[in-house]
Design a binder for this molecule. Structure first.
Ligand code: NAD
Length: 329
């Protein structure tokens, strides 16, 4: 039986992978992330199963190759944490390109509703028997303009949700899809005209810091920015400055540039040493969540089923429909 070293395991991963595995593979679950320090745990494994914040840089990949691990099964869509230059021959990468675009798009709308109507503030107030509603004013989404950056699987679902709210949709994508109910425009116009901006493109060399100080300077002072894609799309310091100086309306952030250090773990006892994340977290018009947009039962089931099928295909020598190739980076 082939052995999988499964890194960064959470209770919900084990639950769904055990349910879907049906004893096809021997899965060793490790709570630790894959790093240069923990890579030794993969000794004797045929495959590694990794997640968004695992370290797949050159050093770690080199060690995995020495240990004869020949396939990395990413249990996520994104792969910006893999050093493809270091991958070379003899090691292949598979992923789960789509598991539930609804999970992420619905969460993005949830963040927007929360930031706009201050639900996160209201929740804290009423829990304290404070029924004052001063300062909780939002805007109607009906008739407002939303700018959607990236109109792939998740962006498309988000667009149809926004249309359901009666919003006008502007979109930017280097590969426009003529069938969508939106107007494709240049990025500058999207930044200038949108009341809400939601990011749904991958993190690449071209998109890193797509939302930087210059982009934010174009935005309206009430614009709400939603990021459920990857933290590196936003220059966090520039966003924090703009929020503090009230040059932008608010932000919903499910991802953060330096999240690998903090997200998915409980740091409530010792706190965190990241001034930007700390300040973003406590600003009243910001909602930070810990990369949970994917977290629905349907998504978890699909992630487990597709990851295990990817591995079964690899070991059976079948074509890998979900292979990640360096050219995709
Ligand atoms: P997708 O591949 O279906 O769509 C991505 C779209 O972005 C494509 O249409 C592509 O043409 C477009 N794009 C590429 N470069 C661009 C650029 N420079 N500017 C604008 N658009 C560009 O991907 P998807 O399934 O819709 O996922 C989108 C992103 O969501 C993923 O890359 C991933 O980072 C993120 N994601 C986050 C979570 C979460 O839990 N927060 C879960 C799943 C996916």
């Amino acid at each position: 039986m082939k052995r999988i070293a499964f890194f960064d395991t959470k209770a919900y991963d084990k639950e769904w992978f055990d349910a879907c595995n049906q004893e096809r593979f021997e899965i060793e679950y490790y709570e630790s992330k894959l790093t240069a320090k923990t890579v030794g745990l993969a000794a004797g494994a045929d495959a590694v199963c990794a997640f968004v914040n695992d370290d797949l840089s050159a050093g770690v990949l080199g060690r995995l190759k020495e240990m004869k691990v020949s396939v990395i099964a990413m249990r996520c869509a994104g792969f910006s944490n893999i050093d493809f230059k270091a991958l070379g021959e003899g090691m292949r990468v598979v992923r789960v390109p789509a598991y539930s675009p609804y999970a992420v798009a619905e969460f993005a709308m949830g963040m927007l509703l929360s930031v706009n109507r201050k639900l996160h503030k209201a929740y804290n107030r009423t829990r304290d028997f404070n029924y004052n509603i001063n300062g909780l004013t939002g805007m109607d989404l009906y008739g407002k303009t939303v700018g959607v950056i990236g109109t792939g699987k998740i962006g498309q679902v988000f667009i149809s949700i926004c249309r359901g709210f009666g919003m006008k949709v502007l979109a930017y994508d280097p590969y426009p899809n003529g069938k969508l109910d939106c107007d494709y425009v240049e990025l500058n116009r999207l930044f200038r005209e949108s009341d809400v901006i939601s990011l749904h493109c991958p993190l690449t060399e071209q998109t890193r810091h797509l939302v930087n100080a210059e982009a934010i300077a174009e935005m309206k002072s009430h614009t709400i920015l939603i990021n459920t894609s990857r933290g590196g799309l936003i220059e966090s310091r520039a966003l924090l400055n703009a929020l503090q100086e009230k040059r932008i309306g608010g932000a919903g952030l499910d991802v953060y540039e330096e999240e690998a250090e903090w997200f998915f773990e409980d740091h409530s006892t010792e706190g965190i040493v990241d001034d930007i994340l700390s300040l973003l977290t406590v600003l009243p018009n910001v909602l930070v969540t810990s990369h949970q947009a994917f977290l629905t039962e349907e998504a978890l089931r699909n992630i487990a089923l597709i990851t295990l099928q990817n591995l079964e295909d690899y070991f059976a020598g079948k074509p890998l429909v979900n292979e990640v190739l360096p050219a995709m980076k």
